[in-house]
Write a protein that binds this ligand. Structure first.
Ligand code: BGC
Length: 254
């Protein structure tokens, strides 16, 4: 089991890609902090599946758009589970809007969750590692839209573009501390963030034509790559972003 004895915090792991990462890491031997905005509902299913693998799971509610809550999440994670080895910044949202109509509150919400939240959660985690002189791994769950235009989603693109360079920047700055920093960039994965798309069959059909592997991704496809990066197999990998998109990025037309 390649994550045996490891402890991981996975933000936004009540459902979707975050849940799949929590379950995969538990199957690989890690204890897990499950975080979401609400840990009463769907997050309980993530917890049950982590425990079904014989691992410890801890639920910590936090709204990562609030910087004080990112710090509380990391403090509670260390207090409840012990020294954390891996942070997966997965929590993310998107809002569709023509650029001309984007409201300031929507800009703030998307940037605050996707970029500022990941930034300060990582800062809190890294402060703990440096103080304890421990190595660690940071994984950002980004998107193919850290690189590719996504018309109608300018706030999302701004957040993921920021995440791309943050990954590279932190890899350089934190490498001397033994901390690796990598990204995983999913393409079209069948989760709730894509509900409007999934309910629009003609749009799905057009999208599938653009995916060389001919199917949408599963959350487990993303979790497998995150598990590699979290494990010692990924020890010499830092500053990289892995696309998990069935080839979409090189064939994208919208
Ligand atoms: C977005 C999805 C989109 C996919 C492919 C993801 O990052 O969250 O809404 O379908 O990229 O374009």
């Amino acid at each position: 089991m390649r994550l045996a004895g490891k402890r991981a915090v996975i933000t936004g792991s009540g459902r979707g890609i975050g849940r799949a990462i929590a379950i995969r890491f538990a199957a690989d031997g890690a204890d897990i902090v499950i975080n979401d905005l609400n840990v009463q509902g769907e997050a309980l299913q993530t917890l049950a599946q982590v425990e079904a693998h014989g691992r410890r799971g801890v639920l910590i509610q936090a709204d990562l758009s609030q910087t004080d809550q990112t710090r509380r999440l990391i403090d509670e994670a260390f207090a409840q589970l012990g020294p954390i080895d891996v942070l997966v910044n997965n929590a993310g949202i998107e809002k569709r809007s023509p650029f001309a109509d984007v409201r300031e509150e929507d800009y703030d919400l998307v940037l605050d969750v996707n970029l500022k939240g990941a930034f300060f959660t990582t800062q809190a985690f890294v402060r703990q590692l440096i103080a304890a002189r421990r190595p660690g791994k940071v994984i950002f769950i980004s998107s193919v839209h850290e690189e590719l235009p996504f018309p109608g989603f300018s706030t999302y693109c701004a957040s993921k573009g920021g995440m791309q360079l943050l990954t590279r920047d932190l890899a350089v700055e934190l490498g001397p501390h033994g901390i690796t920093v990598n990204g995983v960039a999913p393409g079209a994965i069948a989760t709730e963030i894509n509900r409007a798309l999934l309910d629009d069959q003609p749009r799905v059909a057009r999208l599938l034509e653009q995916i060389p592997l001919g199917r949408m991704g599963k959350p487990e496809d993303v979790a497998a790559v995150a598990a590699f990066l979290a494990s010692s197999d990924g020890d010499y990998v830092t500053g990289s972003t892995y696309y998990v998109d069935g080839g979409l990025a090189w064939n994208y037309r919208e």
